[in-house]
Each structure stands twice: as C-alpha cells, then as structure tokens.
Write a protein that binds this ligand. Structure first.
Ligand code: ZN
Ligand code: CU
Length: 477
C-alpha cells in the first residue's frame, strides 16, 4: 500500500476540541495510519515525505448543503468544490434530488439541479451513474420530498392521498435501504407547499427507521420563520430523527435582527431533540426567479435565464428599466431562470455562522451561467473573512464547522476528523493566504492558498491542478 508522511504540519483535527498542534500524519492506502509529534523520527527514513511547514492540515471539508446531484455526473472533476478543499458533498437538499424522478422537463425549483437529467428511477441507478463518472469528491445523498411528490402525486395543489403517501414512502424506503442517508424537504416551493403534516411525518418516519437525517428548507424564511422552525422541529421530533435546518437566514429587511429570536428558539428545541443548522457566509441568497421576491427593496442579480441567457449577471433593476417595465414583469419575461437576492443582514449572518450548532453548506448552484459566488468561495471565505480577518471564529472552530461537526450530524463515523483509522480525506492550506476570490462580479474565480487535497488517500489537487478522481458514494457505516 502506498504511504506518505506529511511532515511538520499545523494539525487541526476537526473535532473543535483539540487545539491545533505541530506534528506529522502518516497516510497509508485510503486511511490515516498514524498521527504524532515525532513520527518522522520513528519511521523509516526512506518513506516518501512532504514538508508541510507553515501549512494547516485538516480533514477534507464536507459541504453540508449542495445541489451537486447532477454535477457529480456531468462535471466529475468537481472543480468548484475541490478547489475549496471540499472532499464530500451532501446532495439532494431543499426537497430537490435527481432521484427518483423521471422527467424531461423538470419544473422549478427542480430545474436548479439540471435542465433535463432526471432519468434515475432509484438510488441504485443514480449511484451507478455517479460511480461510472468517477467524481473527484465523495457524495452522500438525501432524497427530496419534492422529487418524490412529483413522481407520485397527481395533483400538486393538494396534500398527498393515503395511496400516494404509501407510494412515496415505499420509494423512500427503497432508496434508504439502497444507501441514501436521509430525507430533505422544501415546502417554500410550490410543488411541495401543499404537503400537510401527515405527508411530511409519514416520510420522516421512514427516514427515522433507517437511522437517516431530515434536512429542511423551511416553509418560510421571512415573516413566518419562527412558525416554520417549529413546524420542522415538531415533525422531526415526532418521527424521532435528527433535524438539519438548511441555509438558516432571516430574509427580507423586516426580518433583520430576528436571528436573536430564531437562535433562541433553536437552542430551546435542541434541548429536546437532535438538531443542527447550516449556513453560507454571504448576504445574498440565490434561487429560481420568483415574482414575489421582486419586492422593490431587495437588489436582485440574474444568475441564469432560459429566455434571455445573454442577460445573466445583470441587475434586474437595469433590465426592467431597459425594458421600461416593472421588476415583477421583467421576472415573468426572463422565466425560467434564477437570481441572487440581497436579502440578509451582516449581523444575522455573523450570529448564525458563529453559533455552535451551525455547520457550513455552500448551497452552490453548479449549473447557473453566472452563479452566486458561494459555489466557488464558501469554504475559504469562512476562514479568510470570518476567521482570519474578523476574528469571529478560531481556526479550530472554522475547521470543525466545515468537517467534524458536519460528519457527526450526517452520521459519518470515519470522516471529518483526523485520527488513526479514519478515511484519508485531507486538506492542506496556508492559513495566511487561503482566501476566496469569487465575488458577485467574478463568481467563478477559484480560491488561492490551497496547497493540496487528498480524497480517500489519493492526491486529488495540487496547487491549482486537479489530479486523481477518487470520490465514492458514501453509505451509512
Ligand atoms: Zn433551500
Ligand atoms: Cu439549497
């Protein structure tokens, strides 16, 4: 088995508990074989070694919230993620998953994921396609309630009937038995909004039986955010499974400052049930184009439009003034499409990010023509901006939120931490230089300061150069 000694790194183990320490890590095959302060003295001098002086060695980052279901297959190099040090992505968020839907024209919001790739009737079929593509990063899949709904419910304006519920539950049960790790929902979006508590609870119970998690894009992240948190928490509590509140935010000017209340509620709920949340480190959200979000107060920047692809990257306000129409009218003419919505406040984002229950998810949209910069920048930005620059997070805390905490939450026992026997997903970066460069004007600029990445023990990235594609589809151990 190939061995490599990573020599004299600043080791940040992902636990969030151990202070960074200077030492060595021995990599053997796809595992971490040993860690220690004096390994370089104890081991054979002929062993291949790499001097890591001045570099942080940390567990490969885990993207708690991705929409990479199709990207793993169509762009298996996975550059946006690998270039940030992400070794594992959680797919199928917000109720939106590629499986088990069969559709040649997926309606919004499923078209965030892909435009026509909905051809995997089961988890096994999707996994086979991912494995055949050999992606550069690992994947852990959630099954989306919206996808199940579109496949099984004949009239989307109402809750599922008992028979439709049974079909959805059977499909979910099969996917979880085949290796999916949980359920997601997004009742904010029309195809799922009509789901009632019975429908969601029935599915959550199936996921609970398999030891899965339940990730929720809340029904409301604006005025009704408190009730929406309570609704999701009650469902997960009754079903008896861990809840993840996705991309937590207080969106819209009227809600600014409300994270004080939402986090207090989340803390109270966390006393009775397993619960976590994820966030991306930006003030803009991004989703499909919606007329109701064009409120005249929120600056909106187009990320893609099928009707007018050439306008991607432009401000909606400018488009509307060119066309001499209202913003909602411009939205209607640009459909289908997506946009960045500048709807959050810095104090809320910082407060949510710093909370001990919060992990990092990019929510990146890999198929957008002019994407939100979170796709290429979320992970380095957490450290560069909120850690190094502003001192909101220590290095140990930042790494924990991007690795160990996420692994714990999603039930990955041997990832997200550096310890002997764990999977060798590793990231090596210069703590003084590691910085995101993607912004709203140049959203696909890769980060700088990332030295190297190993995925399952194989060198996957070296100073801007992609190497082996060694990702796997992960299942519960
Ligand atoms: Zn979402
Ligand atoms: Cu999402």
């Amino acid at each position: 088995m190939p061995e490599l000694l990573l020599h004299q790194a600043l080791i940040v183990d992902g636990s969030g508990a151990t202070p960074a320490w200077r030492g060595d890590l021995l990599l053997r095959g796809d595992r971490i074989a040993a860690l220690g302060t004096e390994l370089h003295r104890e081991l054979d001098a002929s062993l291949p070694r790499r001097d890591c002086t001045g570099m942080v060695l940390a567990p490969g980052f885990i993207d708690a919230h991705s929409h990479d279901d199709a990207a793993l297959i169509t762009t298996p190099e996975m550059r946006p993620k690998l270039s940030q040090g992400v070794c594992t992505v959680v797919t199928g968020n917000c109720g939106i998953s590629l499986l088990p839907l069969l559709s040649s024209e997926p309606p919004p919001p499923l078209n965030l994921l892909a435009r026509e790739q909905f051809r995997y009737p089961s988890f096994t079929a999707w996994r086979a396609a991912v494995q055949a593509a050999q992606p550069a990063v690992n994947a852990l899949a959630l099954v989306g309630h919206t996808a199940l709904r579109l496949r099984c419910v004949s009239e989307l304006g109402r809750a599922a009937t008992a028979a439709e519920r049974a079909t959805m539950c059977a499909l979910l049960d099969q996917a979880l038995a085949e290796g999916a790790m949980g359920l997601s929902s997004g009742t904010f979006y029309a195809p799922a909004a009509a789901a009632d508590a019975t429908e969601l609870l029935a599915l959550a119970r199936v996921a609970a039986r398999h030891g899965g998690v339940y990730a929720v894009h809340l029904r409301d992240e604006m005025a009704g955010v408190m009730a929406a948190i309570q609704e999701a928490a009650d469902c997960a509590h009754k079903a008896g499974l861990p809840l993840v509140i996705s991309h937590h935010k207080c969106a819209g000017r009227k809600q600014w400052g409300h994270s004080l209340q939402t986090l207090a509620l989340i803390e109270r709920l966390a006393e009775r049930q397993a619960l976590g949340l994820d966030v991306y480190p930006y003030l803009a959200g991004s989703t499909v184009l919606r007329e109701d979000l064009a409120d005249g107060l929120t600056p909106i920047r187009l990320t893609w439009s099928e009707a007018h692809p050439e306008l991607a990257g432009r401000w909606l306000q400018d488009i509307a003034s060119d066309w001499a129409c209202s913003e909602p009218e411009a939205v209607a003419r640009l459909q289908p499409g997506g946009a960045c919505y500048f709807q959050m406040q810095e104090e809320d984002v910082s407060r949510i990010l710093a909370h001990p229950l919060t992990m990092i998810g990019s929510d990146g949209l890999p198929h957008d023509r002019f994407p939100h910069p979170r796709l290429w920048g979320a992970f380095p930005r957490v450290w560069a901006h909120y850690g190094r620059e502003r001192g909101l997070l220590s290095l140990e805390q930042a790494v924990h939120k991007m690795s160990g905490l996420t692994a714990q939450r999603f039930g990955l026992k041997d990832r997200g931490v550096l310890r002997a026997g764990a999977a060798a997903d590793l990231v090596l970066f210069d703590p003084e230089r590691f910085t995101d460069r993607a912004d709203y004007a140049q959203p696909t600029l890769p980060a700088i300061g990332l030295e190297a990445v190993w995925v399952n023990g194989q060198a996957a990235w070296e100073r801007g150069r992609p190497l082996a594609r060694a990702g796997r589809v992960l299942s519960r151990e």
